[in-house]
Design a protein around this ligand. Structure first.
Ligand code: LLP
Length: 421
């Protein structure tokens, strides 16, 4: 059963009515179902049980340490893209040997932090980065595990902002130049070549782009092995899409079957970096209607969550289902759901047919567990909202609401601006 469901016409998360949580913590807030988080992780991870693999959750999708802990307790690893994410992963108790570090712009202090934490490997995205990692590792008398992230140049057929595996994208190294770069890596003193990686994009709703990418990787791996380079890990990145509206993405089991089949005879450990598919539909954003107003040809529902809390609609024009908390089946209207931010782009939904929400009423913005809180900001000096985790019949505030003091924490007035009395 869906963990976000109606019971007696009232929206519940697992066994807790969401209105009860709203009463306790106020609105807006992010709400996650522990049961869904764990189930999604297990479904993904178990789909690959017949091959050696590590499921490294892409922390950028949801970085709350309780959420991370949920997957770590299930044996999961973590995919990180910054020193801050490494800090979170370690704090949540991740096994460093299950941490992979991706991203095009790793700083020296971040590389040092990762080396001293003994992470499994760096997904290296350029020749200069490779040299830098080698130099830092030499200085620290360490060996750096690496995989080159290659750009397989396949079209993931997703939103241009989140497609990453095309030639024109900034990610990875050119397939054609990869062999030469591996040759160079082999000669470096403090680099241990462990594998190869790729990530083609996000919210991918077809299997073919993944299979195409793997096919290209396989050809390259064969050449590399001929060159005497041992490839023990193959990292296929993340990207599996979810249903926001009416997309029909492949089930993780279908994805796994396709990958496993085309990966036969590779003889390596697979790494996956799923983010959205694990957490996207395990979380919602709860908000409250502040006001309603209508102009000649438009209805507006003004809510207390804005683009600073959930930027996906404004940034990618993405769709999040809007649901009432109490009572379905009343009159419907066409409306824009907008936030309090002073920008026309501040909306959660546009031109949507929704129940005629009333002032003071609670509203659920669905499928907000991935890239929701992690992309939120303090824009308009709005304190960031709390995150709440439900487990069965209980709920836990896993991140408190920020207060006004949090807003100015770290700021200083220089002496020349101090008021003279
Ligand atoms: N691995 C790498 C190297 C990535 O760049 C990403 C996502 C992932 C894994 C996880 O991808 P997923 O399984 O979640 O699709 N903010 C955008 C999504 C950006 C994705 C960036 N990279 C959104 O809200 O749709």
């Amino acid at each position: 059963m869906d963990d976000f469901h109606y019971q007696n016409d009232e929206l519940c998360c697992e066994r807790v009515p969401v209105a009860k949580i709203a009463q306790k913590v106020g609105t807006p807030f992010y709400l996650y179902s522990y049961n869904t988080l764990r189930r999604h992780f297990r479904v993904f991870d178990e789909a690959f049980r017949t091959v050696p693999h590590i499921t490294c959750f892409a922390l950028k999708a949801n970085s709350n340490i309780s959420v991370l802990r949920t997957f770590i307790r299930e044996g999961g690893g973590v995919d990180i893209v910054s020193g801050g994410e490494l800090y979170r992963a370690l704090k949540a108790g991740a096994d460093p040997q299950k941490i992979v570090y991706s991203g095009v712009g790793k700083r020296i202090d971040e590389i040092e932090f990762a080396l001293s934490s003994n992470i499994l490997l760096f997904n290296v995205e350029s020749a200069q980065e490779l040299e830098t990692i080698d130099a830092v590792a030499t200085r620290m008398k360490k060996k750096a595990g690496i995989a080159l992230r290659v750009n397989p140049d396949v079209d993931p057929q997703t939103h241009p902002h989140i497609s990453t595996g095309l030639k024109e994208n900034k990610f990875g190294v050119d397939m054609k130049k990869a062999r030469e770069k591996y040759g160079r890596a082999k000669r470096l003193r403090s680099v241990d070549i462990k594998g190869i990686s790729c990530h083609i994009g996000s919210q991918v709703t077809k299997i073919t782009p993944f299979v195409d990418a793997l096919g290209r990787l396989k050809k390259l791996i064969a050449l590399l092995r001929k060159d005497g380079i041992s490839i023990r890990y193959v990292d296929l990145g993340g990207g599996l899409g979810i249903t926001y509206k009416n997309e029909v993405p492949p089930h993780p089991v279908e994805y796994a079957e396709a990958v496993i089949k085309s990966a036969e005879e590779l003889d390596c450990t697979f790494i996956f970096e799923p983010g959205r598919v694990i957490v996207g539909n395990a979380g919602i954003l709860m908000t409250k209607v502040l006001y309603t107003k209508s102009s000649a040809d438009k209805n507006f529902i003004i809510v207390d969550a804005g683009m600073n809390d959930l930027i996906r609609p404004s940034l990618y024009n993405s769709y999040h289902r809007i649901q009432p908390v109490m009572g379905n089946g009343r009159k419907e209207i066409n409306a824009d759901i907008v936030g309090p931010i002073c920008e026309s782009g501040d909306y959660l939904a546009k031109g949507r047919t929704v129940p005629a929400f009333e002032r003071g009423e609670l509203m659920a913005v669905m499928s907000a567990g991935a890239y929701g809180f992690t992309m939120s900001s303090n824009y308009n000096s709005r304190p960031r909202v709390p995150e709440v985790l439900v487990n069965g019949g209980r709920f836990y505030v896993i991140r408190r609401r920020e207060d006004y003091r949090d807003l100015t924490r770290g700021e200083n007035i220089p002496s020349f601006l101090k008021v003279r009395r």
